[in-house]
Design a protein around this ligand. Structure first.
Ligand code: PMT
Length: 420
């Protein structure tokens, strides 16, 4: 029987507790005991400098698991991959200014910082630092970067510091850190009551019964958005072009092939929806006269041409018909990312555009990760680094929520049917 807090349960949750080199490292021992009392399974990862303050043995005995400090420990699996894969949350307490800077910049020169680049679970950092470092512009900037990526920062408290000075820098209390962990692990239902129409994948435009014009979209980005929105409480309809992805559970999926079918499927559901997110890579052109029979090569000269005609610009057409829906589009660019994305934002009458440079290594079509800049109608930009598509999906949903809230509070103009 666990006598613990009244917050959401941590029973059975896998937590990686990162401890970095601060005098407050001893407080991580008490935090570890609290997490264990709450029923969590805790693996402790220490930086080398943390081991100067508290011995790994202390954490090892209490947690019941060996302590990881090194990237490459003999006869061990790749911990920088296996620990974050299994983790429900990573908590760094105390987090030094050095650790925050490395996390913000994506440096990975030890086990803890490398894990942060592979982790997909929530990250909670509880900074602790002395001597006014908390107010230094560089620390503020790194904290801002981490927050913009969804990291939960448990601010340090004001009080007497190890140096004897009074200031903000004391590690937040165990109870406060525990509440932040519980809140991060409680299912987020901030899209409950919303109906989201998501498009994904490519379209295929027939040339003849066996050939078509298409593109390299795998559908991963759109499916990640649909799954994230559903996990956050939204009712989701996913209109998808042909992909090899499994059907996501609990989501109504409408399968289409051509741009015209996608136009019809989305238009028919626009009135139902409160938000539209268009991640599909829709063909801009289709063969004007697809052949009814397979085109034979015999008797045809080289240099054959196919006449093309424009497909419907689905986003522009949805935006012209909308009433109150928030409309989010994507821009897949290979040059002048921001300028081209801004043009599309205006031309298609969008509230938000997700600009992705599809030439970025490891991002864009087909990959599991993506990097994007979110741009709204007021020109506000959020630059997001390379991250798993699911994490980007959550970041897009976060920004869309902010726009909806601003709109509800009457600070932003409501959309006008027929564009603006
Ligand atoms: O599917 P993945 O492999 O995961 O790859 C993800 C992705 C690269 C496809 C995705 O991140 C992305 O960028 N999707 C948009 C691709 C695209 O068609 O971009 P575009 O810049 O050509 O179009 C701009 C916007 O207009 C898009 O939201 C598009 O859906 C929409 N559009 C385009 C053509 C058209 N006829 N009608 C449209 O509504």
């Amino acid at each position: 029987m666990i006598s613990g807090s009244i917050g959401p349960t941590l029973i059975g949750k896998q937590i990686v507790l990162g401890v970095t080199g601060s005098i407050a490292a001893y407080k991580a021992v008490a935090l570890l005991r609290t997490l264990l009392r709450e029923g969590a399974i805790v693996h402790v990862v220490m930086t080398q400098s943390a081991t100067k303050f508290v011995t790994p043995l202390t954490f090892e005995v209490l947690s019941g698991h060996p302590i990881s400090t090194e990237m490459f420990e003999a006869h061990q699996e790749m911990k920088h991959l296996s620990l974050p894969e299994q983790a429900d949350a990573i908590v760094i307490a105390p987090a030094t200014a050095n650790c925050l800077a490395r996390a913000a910049l994506g440096l990975c020169d030890d086990l803890l910082s490398t894990m942060l680049l592979t982790a997909q679970c929530p990250l909670i950092v509880a900074p602790a630092m002395d001597g006014g470092m908390w107010d230094h512009p560089s620390v503020r900037e790194h904290i801002g970067t981490l927050r913009s990526r969804g990291t939960i920062v448990v601010n340090p408290e004001i009080g007497s510091l190890a140096s004897g000075r009074i200031g903000q820098g004391r590690l937040a209390g165990e109870g406060t850190i525990l509440e932040a962990i519980q809140a991060a692990l409680a299912p987020r239902r901030d899209w409950q009551g919303h109906r989201i129409l998501v498009s994904a994948g490519p379209t295929q435009e027939p040339i003849d019964p066996v050939r078509f014009i298409s593109n390299r979209s795998s559908g991963k980005m759109g499916y990640a958005i649909a799954e994230a929105a559903q996990a956050r409480g939204a009712q989701v309809v996913l209109v998808t072009g042909p992909t090899a992805l499994p059907t996501p559970k609990g989501i109504e999926v409408v399968s289409v092939v051509t741009a015209e079918e996608m136009t019809k499927a989305l238009s028919a559901r626009l009135a139902w929806s409160t938000t539209v997110i268009m991640a599909a890579a829709v063909a801009d052109f289709r063969p004007s006269h697809p052949a009814m029979q397979k085109i034979k090569k015999q008797g045809r000269a080289a240099g054959q041409t196919i006449d093309l005609e424009r497909t419907t610009d689905i986003l522009a057409s949805l935006s012209a018909q909308r009433t109150t829906q928030l409309i989010v589009g994507f821009a897949a660019e290979t040059s002048d990312l921001i300028a081209h994305a801004k043009e599309k934002l205006t031309a298609k009458g969008l509230d938000l555009i997700v600009a992705n440079d599809v030439t970025t290594e490891g991002a864009g079509f087909g990959s599991d990760q993506n990097a994007a800049t979110l741009i709204d109608r007021q020109g506000a930009m959020t630059v997001l680094p390379l991250m798993p598509k699911r994490a980007l999906a959550d970041a897009i949903l976060n920004r869309a929520q902010e726009l909806l809230r601003t709109r509800q509070s009457g600070q932003a103009p409501k959309p006008v049917a027929g564009g603006r």
